[in-house]
Ligand binder design. Structure first.
Ligand SMILES: [Mg+2]
Length: 215
């Protein structure tokens, strides 16, 4: 029997390249280094918060216009859909930035796609729980794939299975993930479904995957 009925994907750093330099962005917006950007903006005085939101949206739109797909993103999503599983996109990005990405990459197909306007956002579990209810799947049979700590916290709080995509150095919070993958193409095997078309499983493959997850 299939172990999962749905996969919920994060966007930045998971399906598209992480172009936003969060450290620089925090400096520019006046956000504390250890705080969530959106959470810290919410605690600013209204005028400052509005200016910060405007700047953030500008940066998000520019990243959405330029970012490439992460290696294997389209093939992995299509393998998941082909296996009969539901797919969802859940991002802390603003809706216009998410829409931009979906328009640029029509091959990214989801049963639902929610941005921060559809909040409460990660690390809160609400988005995952509502997505599961909307898709008619149980959280414990849902895999949540993301590259950041908030993705793992939200998945755990929702009772879903967390999958950390760590393409570079293994982050300290990796121990909190149920599973860690180094590239998206490892996901079908983890889900117990057939690999994307034309992909060989790592055991049959002629190439050893490099630590950076790229060919
Ligand atoms: Mg991310």
């Amino acid at each position: 029997m299939r172990r999962f009925d749905a996969v919920i994907f994060d966007m930045d750093g998971t399906l598209i390249e992480p172009l936003l330099d969060f450290r620089a962005l925090r400096d520019e917006l006046g956000v504390r280094p250890d705080a969530g950007i959106l959470e810290d903006i919410a605690s600013m005085p209204p005028a400052q918060a509005e200016a910060a939101h405007r700047k953030l949206l500008e940066r998000e739109l520019s990243a959405a216009a330029k970012a490439n797909l992460m290696p294997g993103a389209a093939e992995t999503i299509s393998a998941v859909r082909l296996a009969g599983m539901k797919t969802a996109l859940l991002t802390r990005n603003a809706a216009p930035a998410m829409q931009r990405v979906l328009e640029r990459f029509g091959e990214l197909r989801f049963d639902l796609a929610w941005s921060r306007e559809d909040g409460p956002i990660k690390p809160e579990p609400d988005g995952i729980l509502r997505a599961c209810a909307t898709l008619g799947v149980r959280p414990e049979r849902t895999a949540c794939v993301g590259d950041f700590h908030f993705d793992l916290i939200a998945a755990r709080a929702a009772g879903a299975v967390s999958v950390l995509l760590a393409t570079g150095e293994r982050p300290a919070f990796a121990d909190e993930a149920d599973h860690v993958i180094r590239r998206l193409r490892e996901l079908p095997a983890l889900l117990g479904i057939a690999p994307p078309d034309g992909e060989k499983s790592p055991r049959q493959g002629s190439k050893t995957p490099r630590p950076d997850g790229e060919k």
